[in-house]
Design a protein around this ligand. Structure first.
Ligand code: FAD
Length: 308
């Protein structure tokens, strides 16, 4: 059995693993995809002390740093169930899609989050046929075409700026009366000649010709007027969903949004089970925050171990 088993290999999981291993305890990391959301990120300019880096480069550095220590790294392992220790100080169990089960005295849950879906007609039908969620992965597929970005938060505006350099035209569709993105991003967006912004617009349908997306229908929330934009691609950027479905049946306390609730030491409502990063209620989902939270949860787990 492990002393500390980390579930998830994003920035939070990597930091947790390094901090545990440096205590000389038996540490494992099991992740569906090592690197997490960072693998889907292009430019990173807010990772403090590094002026500019790129997702894949940071993932490689994370992997290298974890491999500097005696950490049992199990990549491509998706956790599907959790069983809490029957007695305090006992072994927790995590079962994986592969059928394997791992036991550990403490756990750090760092399974992150993923993009939220619109849940409108046509979205599923045209997924990967014009409906996309990762501009860095799929942007080049729309070279010279017209696209919409749904959502005016940081990720939506970043996506629109990114796509404007590749595609013919971008329409950013925001539900509220104003965008929530950082002012600097909005300023950049407004400087681009091939971007339009539509506010107060509720997306109602993704239309297509049976094989590909050909339009996006939205309703003006002030006038109820319905408009269909002819376009070839739709990038959905309306927020993140925590990856906690596999914990639904567990006693771990979560917020109404399904985020894991932790205390000041990163411990969940189940003794010996810690959590960190985008999967938790911690505000501001960022790499540097996820790493700090991962380190904190891991130190919390170590403190728990020496007391039990
Ligand atoms: P994640 O990165 O989501 O990692 C979760 C890990 O858990 C992954 O390894 C995943 O495979 C694994 N996992 C999930 N479910 C399971 C399961 N059931 N079993 C096993 N493993 C599982 N932040 C910044 O600070 N700066 C930026 O410039 C920036 N740009 C971004 C751009 C994009 C396109 C995206 C998507 C995010 C960006 N972010 C940025 C946010 C940042 O990437 C996240 O805040 C950060 O990655 C969160 O780290 P995490 O370790 O908590 O989760």
């Amino acid at each position: 059995a492990f002393d500390t088993l980390v579930i998830g290999g994003g920035p939070a999981g990597a930091a947790a693993a390094i901090y545990s291993a440096r205590k000389g305890i038996n540490t494992g990391v099991a992740a569906e995809r090592f690197g997490g959301q960072v693998s889907d990120t292009l430019g990173i300019e807010n990772f403090i002390s590094v002026s500019h880096t790129e997702g894949p480069k940071l993932v490689a550095a994370l992997e290298q740093h974890v491999n500097d220590y005696e950490v049992d790294v199990m990549n491509l392992q998706r956790a599907v169930a959790f069983k809490a220790a029957e007695v305090e100080g006992g072994l927790h169990e995590v079962t994986f899609a592969s059928g394997a089960t791992l036991k550990s005295k403490t756990l750090v849950l760092a399974t992150g989050a993923r993009w939220r879906e619109m849940n409108v007609p046509g979205e599923q039908e045209y997924r990967n046929k014009g409906v996309a969620y990762c501009p860095h992965c799929d942007g080049p597929l729309f070279k010279g075409k017209r696209v919409a970005v749904i959502g005016g938060g940081n990720s939506g505006v970043e996506a629109a700026i990114d796509l404007a350099g590749i595609v013919a035209h971008v329409t950013l569709v925001e539900f509220m009366g104003e965008m929530r993105a950082d002012a600097v991003l909005q300023k950049k967006l407004k400087s681009l000649s091939n971007v339009d912004v539509i506010l107060n617009a509720q997306t109602t349908e993704v239309t297509g010709d049976g094989s590909r997306v050909n339009g996006l229908t939205y309703k003006d929330r002030n006038t109820d007027e319905v408009t269909t934009l002819p376009l070839e691609g739709i990038f959905v950027q309306i927020g993140l969903v925590p990856n906690t479905e596999w914990l639904k049946e567990s006693p771990i306390e979560m917020s109404p949004r399904g985020e894991i609730i932790t205390d000041a030491h990163g411990m969940t409502s189940v003794p010996g089970v810690f959590a960190a990063g985008d999967v938790t209620t911690v505000p501001y989902k960022q790499i540097v925050i996820a790493m700090g939270e991962g380190a904190k949860a891991s130190l919390g787990a170590f403190d728990y171990l020496i007391r039990n």
